[in-house]
Ligand binder design. Structure first.
Ligand SMILES: [Zn+2]
Ligand SMILES: [Zn+2]
Length: 315
């Protein structure tokens, strides 16, 4: 595994690991960004090798937050019969491709992200420049592609045809539509009870979770959707990828001095999910926490466990 941006230095110096048996969010834009910057500073101080990738993350996030404030998203209409099926049959409310996307705003964001990419290290800059050239020369119909943004296969096909870096291209497309997707999810949030779904996939869009979160004093466990960022409740002892509930085959590891982050390993399907313990950390941006703990992903992979939803910031 290589880090998309940033040096391999980040992966060195992972602390000694110990294995153990497992035992409101409408802040104003500036406030969110301020907290994000502070948290990034904190992490950088503790783990300087992550500096470059965290700065990249900050710039991308700032551009996304900026766009989100002025998005124009069509209302998502749900049929009543369908809503009933959701709770009865376990269908998600909508499919990934049903999210309305503000194409103009996403295209603008794409441009901004290309600029950020070009200002980064040579690896990212070179690959981004090629992608931008293909868009400028009309070899890529960007707006059409943004509309189809969720179709990984389509992105790969275009990248193949034009000799572009698939991972970077997909990252740029997905990051450009993300504010729209999250705005769509926020429209649907109140249609579902996050406490009663209890399944391994997102009730809003059907995607797999990218992270798990522990909250409140009792440590209620939630999953975070990798696609729309919806959070829903889940049992503490549960593998979202194979529905395993057997205590003997579920365990977790964490790095010494970093008890707020751990990886939950399942010995039945040999897959894992990272868990962020918000009893030990102020709740802010789980994706940032994930990014700042790539050493845990390396560790899990060395132990032979797979991550079903790859971290989009690595390649
Ligand atoms: Zn979702
Ligand atoms: Zn499993």
């Amino acid at each position: 595994m290589t880090i998309l941006v940033g040096s391999a230095m980040a992966l060195r110096g992972a602390p000694q690991l110990r294995a153990r048996k497992r035992s409101p969010n409408a802040l104003a834009k500036e406030e969110v960004l301020e907290k994000l910057r502070k948290r990034i500073q904190q992490i950088k101080k503790k783990r300087p090798a992550y500096g470059e990738i965290l700065e990249f993350y900050r710039k991308v996030k700032e551009a996304q937050v900026e766009v989100k404030a002025s998005l124009k998203i069509d209302p998502i209409k749900l049929k009543k019969e369908w809503k009933e099926l959701v709770s009865k049959e376990g269908f998600s409310l909508i499919q990934k491709e049903d999210f309305p996307v503000d194409i103009e705003a996403s295209a603008k964001l794409f441009q901004a992200l290309c600029q950020i990419g070009k200002d980064e290290n040579p690896y990212m800059a070179e690959r981004t420049r090629k992608i931008e050239e293909a868009v400028d020369n009309k070899k890529i119909d960007l707006k059409k592609l943004l509309k189809e943004g969720v179709k990984e296969q389509r992105i790969e096909q275009v990248a193949d045809e034009l000799g572009l870096d698939k991972k970077v291209f997909s990252f740029l497309i997905q990051s450009s539509i993300r504010p729209s997707i999250e705005a769509g999810m926020e429209q649907l949030r109140n249609e579902i009870d996050p406490e009663t779904w209890l399944k391994g996939y997102c009730p809003v869009c059907g995607s797999l979770p990218s992270l798990s979160l522990l909250k409140e004093e009792v440590g209620k466990r939630y999953l975070l959707c990798s696609y729309c960022s919806y959070e829903w409740r889940i049992d503490r002892l549960f593998c979202p990828f194979c529905n395993n509930k057997d205590q003997e085959s579920l365990h977790y590891v964490f790095a010494e001095g970093e008890e707020a982050h751990r990886i939950d390993l399942c010995d039945k399907c040999h897959q894992y999910i990272e868990t962020i313990d918000y009893r030990k950390l102020e709740e802010l941006d789980p994706v940032l926490e994930d990014l700042a703990t790539l050493h845990l992903d390396i560790l899990a992979s060395q132990k032979g466990y797979k991550r079903p939803v790859p971290n989009p910031w690595t390649t």
